[in-house]
Design a protein around this ligand. Structure first.
Ligand code: HAM
Length: 414
């Protein structure tokens, strides 16, 4: 073969693509009942947008962005995630002037130059949601309930909802100091990146994927012990609502997210049906980001689902139903072939999936095609049928057959 796809990318075609379509349709339906509407934002953005929001010392910004200069020398980045572009759009289009909350969802490819492995791609797809303008924990609970309903609709089980609060700009400094003190005794063992992060952003050490750093952070102070009164109140209220809504969760004070924009609530949904990359969805609050992008103070919260991981779970659960044609029209001879095309055309206008045979295909090979496609019916047209005006049909599931006048064929299949 002359050309191959790039490492960490993949083609999605039938039958897998049917799972993708089902996931997208389910998302659309479930999100609609919570009032989330679609937004489509560009795949390329100014690099600054991501540096500013995700954070300079994160793995994404330090190592994983697909950044290039365009012909005018502007620094452009293929979006590594969807929150920053949606916030950029929210601010740029003054959507904060509309009634609150504004609730959006999006679906599409994201790009991160990561080491590809099972469940980790360089071009991967997310379905994400973002809700702007509500401070109270009620919307955090709604978002989690929506995610749970969505995953349940798709038949997923064995999920764990990890919930944490990572505080706000008021509580973060004392936590940073505690982390700094903790790691100052261990700095020699940290990886070069974390040695650098130690001064700028010790929180990022908690998210490092290097084994030595994972070991060294055992016993590190946890953020929940440092929350200010408001953050504590918010977090406890959320936990009470989750209980009320019967959303099972575990508090996971060690869960820090790999993006700097989060404040207060963060969460991740893991699946026992995945390997090392077991997070199917993740998100949290980012109450400062709209302001950082030049908008008014606007609290916000969202999440994103990893499509490759989600569809992998669905695929492992049960045999998937694939769509099949309603009827294959098998024709013998040129006149019958033309008549078959006309019938197919009329049926297709009624929304019926019809396949036809092509010249040169023997009767046997056309019947084999019907079998291979698992069509529900075959319709046979030859010279005799044309002369009598009656067509032979056969139902492949039980072998039953019969005849119908050509004039009734549309009603029969409709
Ligand atoms: P994230 O945790 O970076 O968050 O990604 C969300 C999900 O995308 C992950 O849980 C995972 O399922 C999937 N994912 C991430 N990287 C890869 C990859 N390389 N290959 C395959 N799947 C991947 C965000 O992106 C935030 N924007 C989520 C958010 C929205 N927070 C607030 N609003």
């Amino acid at each position: 073969m002359k050309y191959g796809s790039l490492k960490g990318t993949q083609d999605i075609f039938p039958p897998d693509v049917f799972i993708w379509q089902r996931v997208e349709n389910t998302a659309k339906d479930v999100f609609a009942s919570y009032g989330f509407q679609e937004v489509r934002v560009p795949i390329i953005e100014s690099t600054d947008i991501f540096i500013r929001s995700i954070g300079e010392t994160t793995d994404i910004v330090e190592k994983e962005m697909y950044t290039f200069s365009d012909k005018a020398g502007r620094s452009i980045t293929l979006r590594p995630e969807g929150t920053a572009p949606v916030v950029r759009s929210y601010v740029q289009n003054h959507l904060y002037n509309l009634s609150s909350p504004q609730k959006f969802y999006y679906a599409g490819p994201m790009f991160r130059y990561e080491r590809p492995q099972a469940g980790r791609f360089r071009q991967f797809y997310q379905i994400g949601v973002e809700a702007f303008g509500v401070e109270e924990p009620k919307i955090d609970a709604e978002i989690l309930s929506m995610l749970k309903l969505f995953l349940e609709r798709l038949g997923l089980t064995g999920l764990t909802f990890h919930v944490n609060s990572i505080g706000c700009e008021k509580c973060r400094p004392s936590y940073r100091k505690a982390l700094h003190d903790f790691f100052s005794e261990r700095i020699d063992g940290l990886c070069p990146d974390c040695k650098r992060r130690f001064d700028y952003n010790p929180l990022r050490i908690l998210d490092c994927k290097v084994d030595a750093c994972i070991k060294l952070r055992e016993g590190a102070p946890v953020i929940t012990a440092f929350l200010c009164d408001e953050c504590k109140l918010h977090f406890n209220a959320l936990l009470a609502l989750l209980n009320m809504l019967a959303i099972p969760f575990v508090e996971n004070p060690n869960m820090v997210r790999g993006l700097d924009y989060y404040t207060r609530t963060t969460f991740e949904v893991t699946s026992e049906n995945l390997g090392a990359q077991n997070a199917v969805a993740a998100g949290g609050r980012y109450d400062r980001l709209v302001e950082d992008f030049g908008g008014p103070h606007t609290p916000a919260i969202g999440f994103a689902i990893g499509m490759e991981r989600l569809t992998a779970i669905i695929k492992s659960l049960a045999k998937q139903e694939v769509p099949v044609p309603e009827v294959v029209i098998v024709t013998i001879g040129e006149d019958a072939g033309t008549k078959g095309l006309l019938i197919a055309d009329r049926l297709r206008q009624e929304g019926v999936w019809v396949e036809v045979g092509y010249s040169g295909n023997s009767l046997k090979s056309q019947l084999r095609k019907a079998d291979r496609l698992s069509s529900k019916y075959v319709l046979i047209i030859g010279d005799d049928e044309l002369a009598s005006g009656r067509l032979k049909w056969k139902r492949l599931s039980d072998g039953s057959q019969g005849e119908i006048p050509i004039t009734e064929v549309y009603d029969f299949f409709k």
